[in-house]
Write a protein that binds this ligand. Structure first.
Ligand code: PA5
Length: 462
């Protein structure tokens, strides 16, 4: 496996706002301290996402159950949101052909389609439930807390649909939730539904390598063992407190420096790879929900992660990246080997348009990679800082490595920004005001806050 982080484009030798050797020397103790902080967190037992060996028994249970389900369903539907859904989307996009759900059962080799219902928009919920046959579908209810309103609403509807189709919860559902807490855990015991544990010390957005991601992966026949091996290899590679020896620390440290010293808090992740295009939203949630916080001293901090896709966004956002404010860093993901080999662009031939002759005989993948290098070069030329993550191929092994790289970087980011990357207090008030509006008995005291909110002023409704 090769995953390399090339940070040349973040240096002063490449761009005017880049890090000088002096700045890197000044940063070194801070990075060493961030690494010590991570080790201390690990020793306190709060970084369960790193402890993949400890999850081996539950993973074996997932794999055995998934193997026993083979051929029993046409569709797998994930009911989940946030960290309980984005990993499955990233896995699906990376490890299945792009049109997987459109393929016939024979083209899918008997494996099911995979849907991720990560919203409560009735259009999507109704649309999906119209599409799948409840007697041939396994619904995975994935919620660490086992109480998230969006997921529980979907669950209630699916439970009713299964009942109407004459199926028991045990036949149509599986749960992934906290080992002890939450409504789902209680229901699991009552309904006899197959249930898999999210370790107590693994939070939602860090949970993709737990049953949260590995259950849908196993049901779809993905190489779970390779993914975990890739993640472990990356974790073990990130064992030093020195930037040059630890890609996760280098990523976090240089992004943080760019923000703190050069005002570059907009941080774009731009895979030049359709396989990794949904890795970017997964990263955005991880980075944003973990690092956008109030420090103990009361400062509001955090980078703003942005999704882009190469080459598509060369025709959308790259203009902004090139000539807009110098407030961004752009991280490319460059994949060296194309899945299924490259695809040759035909030569124009004697009767074809001569203007297009330059394309003929080259590969589409070669074009994609040339565009990645060209965009990186153009941004450097405009003084915009960039990094490139170079990956040999988009397979389970490398995907596991990338998940771990970004998860570790996020913990380092928490140390550098001075916030707890594992909590999300900022989402609570919105949830509580929703509960209040729905008459949840525990949240009626929120009326005090609700009543102070400014109503819509007709003078400002335009
Ligand atoms: O990262 C997080 O912790 C959140 O995004 C959660 O994953 C999200 O809120 C869903 O929570 P739960 O899995 O408890 O339903």
């Amino acid at each position: 496996m090769t995953i390399q982080l090339d940070v040349t484009g973040m240096m002063r030798s490449a761009v005017p706002t880049g890090a000088t050797p002096e700045a890197l020397a000044a940063l070194a103790p801070r990075l060493a301290a961030a690494h010590e902080g991570l080790l201390a967190d690990a020793a306190r037992g709060v970084l369960g996402f790193r402890e993949l060996e400890a999850q081996a028994a539950e993973r074996a249970r997932v794999l055995a159950w998934a193997a026993a389900q083979r051929g029993s369903c046409d569709d797998v539907v994930v009911l989940g949101i946030g960290g309980s859904a984005l990993g499955a989307v990233a896995l699906r996009t990376a490890l299945l052909p792009r049109d997987w759900n459109l393929r016939s059962p024979a083209q899918r080799g008997g494996r099911p389609r995979l849907h991720v219902l990560d919203n409560v928009d009735p259009r999507s919920v109704r649309g999906l439930l119209e599409l799948v046959d409840p007697t041939r579908t396994r619904f995975l209810v994935i919620s660490k807390s086992g109480s998230t309103a969006e997921t529980m609403s979907q669950y209630l509807l699916v439970r009713e649909r299964l009942r109407a189709a004459g199926r028991s919860p045990a036949e149509g559902l599986a749960y992934v939730t906290d080992p002890v807490k939450g409504v789902l855990r209680r229901l699991a015991a009552a309904d006899g539904v197959p249930t898999f544990d999210v370790p107590a010390n693994v939070g939602g957005r860090f949970s993709v390598l737990s049953p949260v991601g590995m259950l849908p992966a196993a049901l779809l026949g993905m190489d779970v063992d390779a993914m975990v091996a890739g993640a472990i290899a990356m974790r073990d590679r990130c064992a030093s407190g020195v930037l040059q020896q630890n890609p996760a620390l280098a990523f976090a440290g240089l992004q943080w420096r760019a923000h703190a010293e050069a005002g570059q808090g907009m941080q774009v992740l731009m895979p030049y790879s359709d396989a990794f295009r949904d890795l970017a939203p997964w990263f955005v949630q991880l980075w944003a929900e973990s690092l956008g916080k109030v420090t103990p001293a009361g400062a509001h901090v955090g980078p703003t992660p942005i999704v882009a896709v190469g080459a598509t966004d060369q025709h959308a956002q790259v203009q902004l990246f090139m000539e807009g404010p110098v407030d961004k860093t752009v991280t490319f993901i460059d994949v060296e080997e194309m899945d299924g080999g490259d695809l040759t662009i035909p030569s124009v031939g004697a009767d074809g348009p001569a203007e297009l002759a330059y394309l003929g005989g080259h590969g589409f993948g070669k074009l994609l990679r040339a565009e990645c290098r060209a965009t990186a070069g153009a941004l450097t030329k405009s003084g915009r800082p960039t990094m490139t993550i170079r990956v040999t191929r988009a397979d389970a092994l490398h995907l596991g490595g990338l998940f771990m790289l970004f998860e570790l970087a996020t913990i380092y980011g928490g140390q550098l920004y001075g916030v707890d990357p594992l909590d999300q207090p900022g989402v609570e008030l919105g949830k509580q005001l929703t509960y209040y509006q729905f008459g949840h008995p525990d949240w009626q005291h929120m009326k005090v806050i609700w009543d102070t909110l400014p109503g819509s002023d007709p003078a400002w409704v335009i």
